[in-house]
Ligand binder design. Sequence first.
Ligand code: AMP
Length: 715
Amino acid sequence: MAASEESLRKALAEKQSAVEAHGNAVRALKAAKASKPEIDAAIEALNSLKLEKSSIEKQLQAAVSGSDGDGALSREAFRQAAVNTLERRLFYIPSFKIYRGVAGLYDYGPPGCAVKSNVLAFWRQHFVLEENMLEVDCPCVTPEVVLKASGHVDKFTDLMVKDEKTGTCYRADHLLKDFCNEKLQKDLTISAEKAAELKHVLATLDDLSAEALGAKIKEYGITAPDTKNPLSDPYPFNLMFQTSIGPSGLSPGYMRPETAQGIFVNFKDLYYYNGNKLPFAAAQIGQAFRNEISPRQGLLRVREFTLAEIEHFVDPEDKSHPKYSEVVDLEFLMFPREEQMSGQSAKKIRLGDAVSKGTVNNETLGYFIGRVYLFLTRLGIDKDRLRFRQHLANEMAHYAADCWDAEIECSYGWIECVGIADRSAYDLRAHSEHHVKNVFDEGQREGNIDFIGTNLDKSGVPLVAAEKFSEPREVEKLVIAPVKKELGLAFKGSQKNVVEALEAMNEKEALEMKAALESKGEVEFYVCTLGKNVPIKKNMVSISKEKKKEHQRVFTPSVIEPSFGIGRIIYCLFEHSFYTRPSKAGDEQLNVFRFPPLVAPIKCTVFPLVQNQQYEDVAKVISKSLTTAGISHKIDITGTSIGKRYARTDELGVPFAITVDSTKDVTIRERDSKLQVRVSVEEAALVVKSVTDGLRTWEDVWEKYPHHTSGSADD
Ligand code: AMP
């Protein structure tokens, strides 16, 4: 907690007790019929204590508002203004609006589509092109076997609580978060200790188990927000939309909750495509579906959204990155685990220091954190409202080596927009080792034959890479040799199943079997393709360790995964770009989006200053050259006043406006400075193109061309 806030809470508690004590003293004096001067003096002292108390209250309110109180109000007002503009100008709109919409589903309208496609184009340029990534495009409908192997069927859950009377569902952690925030912002009487406790709960919210979350909800007496009814204990709710593939209904599937699995299951082919070389990255942009429990916060929590994901495959023994030196000196806000747990705030840290101290697990992870920082800030995200927060111990999957979220601050607080995780070898192993048992257990043999794409009697395809040795190396290897003759005598037609199950044992299982056979002579062994245990005797299999010469090392690559929620980034970009400024007459506030040309939905508008055939013809000529130059633009030949036309395009974040006020030269106006230069009709399109393509800046243009100062062309 900030020192001033903490000391103010303490001072307020002390003043409150002093006011109560003095109040009692005044009442006692009155009861004892003390003299008037004595009572008046006591009342005066009480009043001055009350004044002091109210002054501390004001200071505390201001301290809390710095981040929350009044701040929350102005943030709310800012959001209202931004969202009204965004929805009115069709950046995005609730889907199926004429049917009163569906929570968590949004459409992008024309300028929204243009911004999204610019963001994605830049993503492709900044990541796919820069790193020669292999882009793929996989289906959204995914068979169950894939998501069972990845762990999503069993574990892709959020904790939910239900209103015990109405059955309305809520996300348990959101209720606790709202409770803590509200208490901190609105209840100035809570002690400094209680405030610190609530802040700790907020900082460690993602770390809480179902039991701990349930216990806190009970301890704080949190009830259903709409009805105040009691709540159930938290329980997991799977977020995937279930479907079935084909008409039989026998083949369960899901709408993918992320795009990553499409890449993992293609690893073998992509590795081959890459010349069997590591490291390499694959990338995918596509829709993801999550049946969020109670979507809120507009585009930030939706049930269908665009993800852009990178899976960078790397040798677990060498996580260096050849281009790491390009990002090593970047300095930005980082929020390591220890700082979060001890209640500190994010600090500016040099990326190279975070990696060399081991705060960030390895160079490749650091490299991507740096690249994500550059990507977001070049899009127009404010670097002071962007931080990289490390996952807390419980928040991070058990297999992950390290994980950082790029969080962007907007009117809703700090929002996770990009997750950057070193997921070790988990995903590739999960698909390699996913044994056919799962398929049979679900009784889906027929439906799933096509999904596995391989002989159903075998476990998954090994998703591994190999390092070729220049000289062969001697290694100790486990050899499992089923004695087929004995197995045939014992199991007849099932011999093949037993042989393959024995051969599929991993080292741990094989060594356990060897030990058991040596001590007991016989073990029970589960053969999943038979769906039962069979007795294995000592003479049926030989398990040994042998020295062998190896020419290569076969291993499962680690994967480093940056995963971008495109809608969240776009929404934060909208907020970071939005501002209002007074109209020239000062009678209204005009809305502006200061999008960099890179993301602006339209780069330029062209208007004749007045309705006049000659000017319209010039405007059409310029529009044609803009089209030829590939610059998105809008031509407006309506007779509306020029000020109104500027205001309309500022609201769409159009960076440049060309106004035709002669047949020889025209003005180009820059949106934020409102400065104008004069350029020839022939040059106009190329000047705009050079700035929007980033070949020069507006400042360069301002330096080179004559300035235009007529007020008539401005608002
Ligand atoms: P995750 O796989 O949960 O780490 O999510 C990857 C990214 O997807 C996050 O960093 C978010 O930017 C985005 N995301 C996750 N859930 C949603 C949602 N319900 N609506 C919009 N974006 C989301």
